[in-house]
Design a protein around this ligand. Structure first.
Ligand SMILES: NC(=O)CC[C@H](N)C(=O)O
Length: 432
């Protein structure tokens, strides 16, 4: 229905759903006649859509160790937290990312320009809580729209004591991190703290040389039975009829690793990071999994010792932190990368079959292949920078990946590696 009213408005701010005809041409405020209007009119005749939004003022800061201060708006928890800033290039999967224990001690900056539109659901948790100290995003979605959603990201972060900031130039911060490497930083909503104090706080923080896995590992063994849903069973139809007993070391284990192992027919006992190798061997498992986990792999020599004691006695599979521990147990060394790999689109060449897999990755440290003794095979290479992405030592039934074959939401190119672990365990049973 055409409603004719005269109203002074700026054409640049003309509301969606309306069209108008210009009736005079003065400066930048125009006299127009609205010929179609589908927005609500306020009682005084002004269009409701024109009422200025109550934009939140900047109320948070990210201060980096290089002294730069980034003004932002806060969501989630408030307060002051220190951590290492890393950027993640994934376009989807923010709930999996914030519940991944490997992010403990870090702030994750999402390069995807808008976050939050699918809210939070009950299925996508990688653990029972949020682990990064904070999340840094460009734009916080103003609405949540997903059939699975039970809440919004802001409330979820607040309930999990995780800070969030938005309306900050994430591209500029990412370029800084690409140039200078991962930087330590402080997120704060507290005006009473000066930026100088926050820079100082950033300088006192360290993730290198610190055992970060003991804070996220379980404290007692437990059984895991849940599988992934039927839509995941693209590689492992029929593997259910065989059963393998697996002990999974929890260095900060992601639930989807456990779900994928269960789907491939494994009965899993999850054990703490400090669980003695002798106890594991007494359990007579068919295989042992060393999980992902946060922080510096060279700072947890006790875990490397545990891995070492198991070599040659049972087939083993390491994922991410587990891969780095295996690399050290085999005699190699790890090093810190400039800004690491965090994203869902890393190309990896599987050197065993020549196939390129697109993978999800999340690590700041890597195994130096030059440090490995002769006979250890590098099985996978990251095609972005040539770094070592997988190892094998068939003589000791060892296999490992630096990245995430279980990745949820994906990509799923590397899921078949779970079948390779099953084969390794089958061979182990045959040779026993
Ligand atoms: N996802 C992981 O297991 C991370 C491994 C290790 N903490 C790193 O940053 O390199």
């Amino acid at each position: 229905m055409a409603t004719k009213i005269g109203i002074d408005i700026s054409l640049r701010n003309f509301p969606a759903g309306c069209s108008a005809r210009r009736t005079n041409k003065s400066s930048n405020v125009q006299r127009v006649t609205i010929v179609k209007c589908s927005v609500n009119l306020n009682s005084n005749g002004t269009a409701a859509a024109l009422v200025e939004r109550p934009w939140k003022p900047f109320d948070a800061r990210l201060v980096l160790e290089d002294g730069s201060v980034w003004k932002a708006k806060s969501f989630g928890a408030s307060g002051t937290k220190v951590g290492e800033v890393v950027f993640n290039t994934s376009l989807t999967g923010y709930q999996e990312i914030i519940t991944d224990p490997s992010y403990a001690g870090q702030f994750v900056l999402m390069t995807c320009p808008q976050i939050g539109n699918t809210g939070i659901n009950l299925d996508d948790e990688e653990s029972k809580q949020c682990h990064p100290g904070g999340m840094i995003i460009r734009s916080l979605s103003i609405s949540t729209s997903n059939w699975r959603a039970i809440g919004n990201i802001s409330d979820h972060l607040a309930a999990n004591d995780m800070m969030g900031i938005y309306d900050v130039d994430t591209r500029a911060i990412t370029r800084r991190l690409r140039q200078d490497g991962s930087l330590r930083g402080v997120l704060s909503t507290e005006n009473s703290k000066t930026s100088e104090e926050l820079v100082e706080m950033a300088h006192t923080f360290s993730i290198n040389g610190v055992d970060s896995i003991s804070g996220v590992s379980c404290t007692a063994p437990y059984e895991w039975v849940d599988k992934t849903g039927s839509e995941w069973e693209f590689n492992n139809k029929g593997s259910d009829d065989k059963s393998f007993d697996v002990v999974a070391y929890d260095f900060g284990i992601k639930h989807n690793i456990l779900r994928r192992l269960a789907s491939y027919g494994c009965k899993i006992t999850v054990v703490p990071s400090t669980w003695p190798a002798s106890e594991t061997l007494k359990m007579k498992p068919d295989g042992v999994l060393f999980s992902n986990g946060p922080g510096d792999p060279s700072a947890v020599p006790y875990a490397v010792e545990t891995v070492k004691e198991m070599l040659g006695k049972v087939p083993v599979f390491g994922i991410c932190m587990g891969h780095q521990l295996l690399g050290q147990a085999l005699g190699g060394k790890t090093f810190k990368m400039k800004f690491g790999h965090h994203g869902g689109n890393h190309p990896v060449r599987n050197l065993q079959n020549g196939r390129v897999e697109i993978s999800a990755q999340n690590h700041n440290y890597a195994v130096d292949p030059a440090s490995l003794p002769e006979g250890i095979e590098v099985t996978h290479v990251n095609l972005n920078d040539g770094s070592c992405a997988g190892l094998a030592f068939p003589a000791l039934s060892v296999m490992s990946l630096q990245y995430h074959p279980e990745a949820s939401p994906g990509p799923h190119d590397s899921d078949l590696v779970f079948r390779e672990f099953i084969h390794l365990m089958e061979q182990g049973k045959t040779n026993a």
